[in-house]
Design a protein around this ligand. Structure first.
Ligand SMILES: CC(C)(COP(=O)(O)OP(=O)(O)OC[C@H]1O[C@@H](n2cnc3c(N)ncnc32)[C@H](O)[C@@H]1OP(=O)(O)O)[C@@H](O)C(=O)NCCC(=O)NCCS
Length: 401
């Protein structure tokens, strides 16, 4: 590897780092007004640059967040983003050096976990990240999508100017919800809701006997007809959160009832969202994709394992390997009453990315063993681990970053 200097970036370099990252994704630099919004999402100490001499050739960043884990506890988490290496510097170890520095800094600052969304599936496993949540994309044909029930409470539209505060405080109330959900940071709201594109979005609030209890942010691309080509009207759900099943159903029934819409589409929804069960004809809904959502990296394995709850299931000792944070290596005893380090012999040993994948309960150790991701040893021990790690709801993040 060429000599690289990895530095914590400050305000003087944020814009160059942002431009480098956008360039790596083949996007042009952000115009000034957009940059002023993006700048608010750079936190001191959380952006790193790789320098070859004085030249910035790669960057990574993270946002300060929190992760809900099975059982309802919440742990400090770094939401890793804006990862990019200049095209003339790739495959020379720049990302590896940045990852090494970032993981060390996260560990030292007390982040228990790190999470990211990957542009490609082959990048992050080597750094200890495993796919921990998945999402589905659905499309609903409005012509045949009759809901089984009417709106039970009330759904009202609110003006974009008033929406930011309303949806922000509602999100705070409904989250942390299921395992995998994360806290949003101010820069997230600035970039995703409180900006000029936010003004073209529609905001609807659900309420019931106890007041407001859910919201949806959506946009509609209207029907068009040009040169004999028809384009259907598509409503896209951007963000939908509900504190109760009633609020959730009301929001969907509202969306499916909006006139002059041919299709309702939603990406990034939980894989177990029961939308098809709300429809008289479930075939009005098509699942068009199921894909990885967030990749989870346990930065402090002991703290992470201790934070989550376990089901009854006897006990198991899991050995952990971690090339980047060797202090995580060792054996962990998991029982229904908690987890702790042990000097006992492990029932099986996994790389830290495998543990990250299984941690929130989205995939069973049994499935990972069957796929050859670790040597199972005794199938009974793996079955015990799966009983302990089992969850009721599929974990889901629901926040794009
Ligand atoms: C992805 C990216 C950051 C990798 O940076 P890099 O400096 O080339 O990575 P490294 O040289 O440190 O590679 C480390 C290892 O990962 C592998 N690797 C890196 N990127 C990979 C990719 N996209 N696909 C497959 N393998 C990849 C390398 O081959 C290398 O493997 P080795 O250790 O067996 O030799 C860089 O290619 C990039 O900026 N891509 C475009 C933007 C992007 O996708 N960013 C990520 C957003 S989530």
């Amino acid at each position: 590897m060429t000599d690289l200097d990895i530095r914590v970036l400050d305000d003087a370099h944020y814009r160059a780092a942002h431009t480098l990252f956008r360039g790596a994704l083949h996007h042009p630099p952000a115009p000034d007004d957009r940059w002023e919004i993006a700048r608010t999402s750079y936190d001191p100490g959380r952006a790193f640059g790789a320098f070859a001499g004085d030249e910035l050739v790669g960057t990574v960043q993270s946002f300060p967040s929190r992760l809900a884990v099975p059982g309802g506890a919440v742990v400090p988490m770094a939401a890793v983003s804006r990862v990019g290496v200049r095209a003339d510097w790739t495959r020379r170890g720049v990302l590896t050096a940045l990852q090494r520095a970032q993981l060390r800094a996260m560990r030292e600052s007390g982040d228990v976990a790190a999470s990211l969304r990957a542009s490609e599936g082959a990048i992050y496993e080597r750094f200890g990240y495993g796919v921990a949540t998945r999402v589905r994309e659905v499309r609903v044909k409005r012509a045949t999508a009759r809901s089984r029930q009417p709106i039970a409470g009330r759904v009202r539209l609110v003006e974009p100017a008033a929406a930011g505060d309303l949806v922000g405080s509602l999100f705070e109330r409904v989250s942390p919800g299921r395992a995998g959900t994360i806290a949003r940071w101010q820069g997230w709201w600035n970039l995703n809701v409180l900006h000029e594109e936010g003004a073209h979005q529609r905001y609807a609030i659900a309420s019931g006997p106890d007041g407001d209890d859910g919201y949806v942010v959506y946009k509609v691309t209207a029907y068009s007809y040009e040169n004999g080509v028809e384009k259907p009207a598509v409503l896209t759900v951007l963000d939908l959160w509900a504190a109760t099943p009633r609020a959730w159903a009301d929001l969907w029934v509202f969306l499916l009832g909006i006139d002059l819409v041919d299709e309702v589409g939603a990406e990034g929804r939980p894989v177990d969202e029961p939308l098809e069960w709300l429809l008289v004809d479930r075939r009005a809904l098509r699942v068009v994709d199921v894909m990885d959502e967030t990749w989870l990296r346990l930065v402090d394995v002991e703290a992470a394992l201790s934070a989550r709850a376990y089901r009854p299931g006897g006990s198991v000792v899991i050995g952990v390997r971690d090339r980047f944070l060797p202090e995580n290596e060792g054996s962990y005893l998991i029982t229904s009453s908690g987890a702790s380090r042990t000097t006992g012999e492990p029932d099986f040993v996994v790389d830290v990315d495998v543990l990250g994948a299984a941690y929130l309960g989205d995939v069973a150790f049994g499935a990972l063993a069957a796929a050859g991701r670790f040597a199972a040893g005794s199938p009974e021990a793996v079955a015990r681990a799966d009983a302990l790690f089992a969850v009721d709801q599929a974990p889901w993040c629901g926040t794009f970053f």
